[in-house]
Design a protein around this ligand. Structure first.
Ligand SMILES: Cc1ncc(C[n+]2csc(CCOP(=O)(O)OP(=O)(O)O)c2C)c(N)n1
Ligand SMILES: [Mg+2]
Length: 321
């Protein structure tokens, strides 16, 4: 597959930014200075980035409780994100959203979502807007294997198909909903669910950027051309607990170590692009260094930034259309 050099470097930078952002949050959260919960996207980077590489700012996405990666992949800056997660006034939502309701409507990032299965209905509305306005855009819902069982998700698959809107349903299947295995909790399979609602099904390896990029491109093209919705099933793995503080007693002792050693999407990416002569190791090393500095600066700034004041309580809460 031919991919332009700027897409390769942008995608690597985006995956590296997500990885470092999340690894750093793992450390920062343990200090007790971050309010609320955080759910880390480490290990799943190639999914958000491989999908969003096909999207513009006019295209919309709805995310999940595990939303930092989708945010970064859609182009939201790490300074505003870090400050938001620290609940600071300089955050992208002025400190009112936090990790689970982080959003940037100017970039088509409609928000992380504390409600499992909350994203797919939003995407039906966004996709209906795109169709009505004829703006050529698509709406993408990311949701987990657990969320795939929610009534709201199944109703959304139906509605999007009935309305024939440009929606793409991306199932990020990491094999767990909290501590419950998908092998126990998900009846049938995602492919048959897509077929049941009359939409095409695409499947890819979420540890491999190129697999996601290629199949997401097909699913998005199907929707963008006016053929109605599509489903993309991404097989991937989360490296940390369901939330920070989860002891993961339900996982085999060596499960995560094996994932890190054998299925790291960043290592896979580097091996492929350097092996094919598309980029040099030094190109990727330069990105690694720049991202490291960027994350450090974002943490320092977020820690120094002021908290919202009482007078901010009702500001920026509602938007009038
Ligand atoms: C409607 C609703 N039900 C239950 C919960 C509690 N909850 C939060 S995350 C989660 C598991 C979601 O699993 P999955 O969709 O596979 O996403 P993952 O955490 O694996 O990324 C549950 C049950 C919730 N937030 N909202
Ligand atoms: Mg899951």
């Amino acid at each position: 597959m031919q991919i332009a050099r700027d897409i390769l470097t942008r995608s690597y930078r985006s995956m590296r930014t997500i990885r470092d952002f999340e690894e750093r949050l793992h450390v920062e959260f343990a200090t007790g200075d971050i309010p609320g919960f955080v759910h880390l996207y480490c290990g799943e980077e190639a999914s958000g980035v491989g999908v969003c590489a096909h999207l513009t700012d006019t295209d919309t996405i709805a995310s999940t409780h595990r939303g930092h990666g989708h945010c970064i992949a859609k182009g939201v800056g790490v300074d505003g994100m870090m400050a938001e997660i620290y609940g600071r006034r300089s955050g992208v939502c002025r400190g009112k959203g936090g990790s689970m309701h982080i959003a940037d409507l100017s970039l088509g990032m409609l928000g992380a979502n504390g409600i499992v299965g909350g994203g797919p209905p939003l995407i039906c509305g966004a996709a209906l807007s795109h169709k009505t306005l004829k703006d050529g855009a698509v709406a993408v819902a990311f949701y987990g294997d657990g969320a795939s069982n929610e009534g709201s998700t199944l109703e959304s698959l139906n509605l999007a198909s009935v309305w024939k809107v440009p929606a793409v349903f991306v199932v990020e299947d990491n094999g767990y909903g909290e501590a419950t295995g998908a092998s126990y909790a998900v009846a049938g399979n995602q492919k048959d669910r897509a077929a049941g609602f009359g939409m095409p099904y695409f499947e890819c390896d979420g540890n491999d950027f190129f697999s996601v990029y290629e199949t997401a491109g097909e699913a998005i093209e199907h929707a963008r051309k006016g053929n109605g919705p599509a489903m993309l099933h991404v097989h991937l793995a989360r490296w940390y607990g369901h939330f920070e503080g989860d002891a993961m007693t339900y996982r085999a002792a060596d499960e995560v170590a094996k994932l890190r050693a054998e299925h790291d999407c960043l290592v896979n990416f580097r091996r492929k692009v350097v092996g094919a002569g598309l980029l040099e190791d030094s190109d990727l090393d330069t990105i690694d260094t720049a991202v490291k500095d960027e994350i450090e600066a974002a943490v320092v700034a977020a820690r120094k930034a002021p908290l919202p004041e009482d007078a901010d309580l009702m500001k920026d809460v509602y938007v009038s259309y």
